[in-house]
Design a protein around this ligand. Sequence first.
Ligand code: ACO
Length: 333
Amino acid sequence: MYAAFRSVGAYVPERILTNEALEKMVDTSDEWITKRTGIKERHIAAEDEFTSDMGSKAAAQAIERSGISKDEIDLVICATISPDYFNMPSTATIISSKLGLPNVMAFDISAACTGFVYVVSIAKAFIESGMKKNVLVIGAEKLSAITDYTDRATCILFGDGAGAAVISATENREEAIIDVHTGADGTYADLLMTPNGGTGSAHDALDAEAKSSCFMQMKGNETFKVAVRTLTNDVKAILDENNMTSDDIKHFVPHQANYRIIKAVGDALKLKEEQIVLTVHKYGNTSGSSIPIAINDLYESGKLHQGDMMLLDAFGGGLTWGSALIPFAGPKA
Ligand code: ACO
């Protein structure tokens, strides 16, 4: 049995936060943000709009486009670092309930911006082992809730949104996900972290200064260098191991953190401009949601066709990284 990537869906909240609006909040400029990151605007969820709300909307769209009935979904996995509740219940269980999925196993995973590649790898393993048949994978983030809007080094980067896909069992090798690479190295944990909020620290009695440690903190420049090196090595390895070259790739869908990282990896792979999917200018960095949102943009613009080979590539807090070679299978006949 193989795993086929059947459909995609996405949702971004209505409210837009522009670079010009950020200029009024912190000491930054549209010029700096555009030049260093490529980001022009990002979407921000309403106060009462939760990660599971965004995830449910993206997931409903992915199910509708998959040719699979929602009653057939037997596993739901949500990649998020901004869950509705940090301990329990998982965001995946809330999404399952909001969608009325009657018969599922559901859980969250935490792999930051690599989250979507991780959930694809888990879905593939469950399907190939015969344990599950129709897996709903979601990347959903309300990063605005864990972003410090007084820290110009991070608040200009992040946005909210969700993306989802249905991955289902197939006997047709032509539509099978070819390979997924995943990696992690916790020795770099301090490059990108939310120091407080986990069980490693006391939650109570935080003074104002300590409160900032509940937000994301990043050593951006060091992260940038490790990201370019790791991503380039990883995508070269997955292509080599599968006897493929960049010419075999129709759509390179990288995690949308920074245009300069995407460009550096694209140049190293000698990819042409038309092969690279770029959405960072519109949505900023939406962590685990960014890849499915980008695939959805491609789909809705009419550029994603059955059989198109996608190369996914991601890097994030942990540190974690991953890549995947996925032909777009299209809906189940
Ligand atoms: N506006 C103006 N100036 C700024 C801003 C800002 N918003 N932010 C930082 N600066 C200043 C710095 O203070 C520094 O000033 P100095 O030279 O006087 O000290 C200068 O700009 C350069 O700062 P750097 O941090 O070196 O800038 P860099 O070119 O590295 O860009 C960025 C920063 C955009 C964060 C980049 O390093 C990056 O994209 N890093 C990787 C991010 C990433 O991929 N993360 C992983 C995924 S995220 C996740 O997993 C949740």
